[in-house]
Design a protein around this ligand. Structure first.
Ligand code: IPE
Ligand code: IPE
Ligand code: MG
Length: 253
């Protein structure tokens, strides 16, 4: 649907793009290196994709950096990922601001070290007035956690008299998620075809695109390929094709 997307040349860019950045470990192992080497290289792809997305007209980009389940990985890999994450935020904060990227880290942040939580608050504060693109970095994020947390917030607001449970509807659930807006296009790199507990509620009507490119190799051309796919989709949201083309949800075709 045109109103959900922004035109960039002949390509239609999704308003909200979500990416499962997968394949770092395999990228490193193929080169006979430790998995962490792939995560380091992956940080360069993050920078490339943020720049390319903003340039092509994406208004909101949600990147899956670390899942609630990734704590199960070897201790050394987890601590290397935390260090890289903290370094990345510190190093990129000024460039994000200069490029107008409003940055939020979404997920259960209570599990992070105090210093990482401080880094996170700093970049969020620094970029809060930026308006070129909204960037959500999902860290210690899980779709089920997000939905559960929304319900906990709703119950708390109800007990404080701020919300009446009779008013509970889908919009209210969305508003209480850490990423409230629906995803238009979800990309997974690295060849796997699953969504691994990412944005479960928000991806209800997302177009899904699976790329074999391993994340550290992902670049603007890969992104264009995904947007090419997105540009050819007819997003029907339950309607018939004729209804969508007439742009009249009440017609009797
Ligand atoms: C994605 O790459 C990064 C994180 C999950 C943190 P992987 O580390 O999962 O790479 P593969 O899938 O093992 O190649
Ligand atoms: C999903 O990748 C999480 C991130 C990209 C951060 P995984 O590599 O952890 O997913 P599974 O475990 O293979 O499904
Ligand atoms: Mg993986």
């Amino acid at each position: 649907m045109q109103d959900l997307a922004i035109k960039s040349g002949s390509l239609v860019a999704p308003r909200h793009l979500a990416i499962i950045m997968d394949g770092n470990g395999r990228w490193a192992q193929m080169r006979g290196k430790q998995r962490v080497f792939g995560h380091k290289e992956g940080a360069n792809a993050v920078r490339r994709v943020i720049t390319a997305s903003a340039k092509m007209g994406v208004k909101e980009l949600t990147l899956f950096a670390f899942s609630s389940e990734n704590w199960k990985r070897p201790k050394l890999e987890v601590s290397a990922l935390m260090t890289l994450f903290s370094e990345y935020i510190k190093k990129e904060a000024n460039a994000l601001k200069e490029n107008g990227i409003r940055t939020r880290i979404v997920g259960d942040k209570t599990k992070f070290s105090k210093s990482l939580q401080e880094q996170i608050s700093k970049v969020e504060e620094l970029t809060k007035d930026c308006n070129v693109m909204q960037l959500n970095i999902a860290a210690n994020y899980g779709g089920r956690w997000d939905i559960l947390d929304a319900f906990k917030q709703i119950i708390t607001k109800n007990s404080q008299g701020l919300l009446n449970l009779n008013e509970l509807n889908e919009d209210l659930v969305s508003q209480n998620l850490c990423v409230p807006s629906d995803v238009d296009l979800m990309i997974r790199t690295g060849g796997e075809k699953r969504i691994s507990n990412f944005l479960l509620w928000q991806a209800a009507y997302a177009e899904l695109y699976f790329s074999n490119t391993l994340w550290p190799d992902y670049d603007e051309d890969d992104l264009k390929e995904a947007f090419q796919f997105f540009s050819t989709r007819e997003r029907r949201f339950g309607m018939t094709s004729a209804q969508v083309q007439n742009k009249d949800p009440n017609n009797a075709n």
